[in-house]
Design a protein around this ligand. Sequence first.
Ligand code: HEC
Length: 121
Amino acid sequence: MRCVLILICLFALVACGAAQAPATPDPTAGGKRLYTMWCIACHAVQADAPGGAGPNLAGVATRAAANPDGLSAAAWLRRELVNPNAVLTQGYRPGFMPTSYGQTLRPDQLDALVAYMLTLQ
Ligand code: HEC
């Protein structure tokens, strides 16, 4: 009987340990979470979504890769994120997109947002 109890305790310990093991960090998932917190109010990501205050981000990775500034797609997206007035998206006026993300978000959060946007082909 005691042996069974010890086995049950051991099993419980192992199961708890497994549950507490750190999840593999997935910047894309983290970025999607951040997008739903900070960006979704102005930016849709579904191609057929109605227009919002900001440009639809469907296909933004493709646009980023074709940027005329010679930047990598990731570098271009990061610049759009921290300095949105550097190059305005055609048809939009400056001053709408907050310019504070470079200060208010941590570097790893900016990386995660860029990783997420790179999935929006
Ligand atoms: C209050 C509205 C607003 C919020 C919130 C906002 N944006 Fe924007 N965003 C805009 C507007 C307006 C533009 C177009 C003008 C410009 O280029 O600055 C834009 C442009 C962009 C572009 C360039 C898109 C393109 O196709 O050229 C990217 C990328 C972008 N935003 C990402 C983000 C991300 C990521 C967040 C959240 C962290 C965010 N934005 C939050 C309004 C917003």
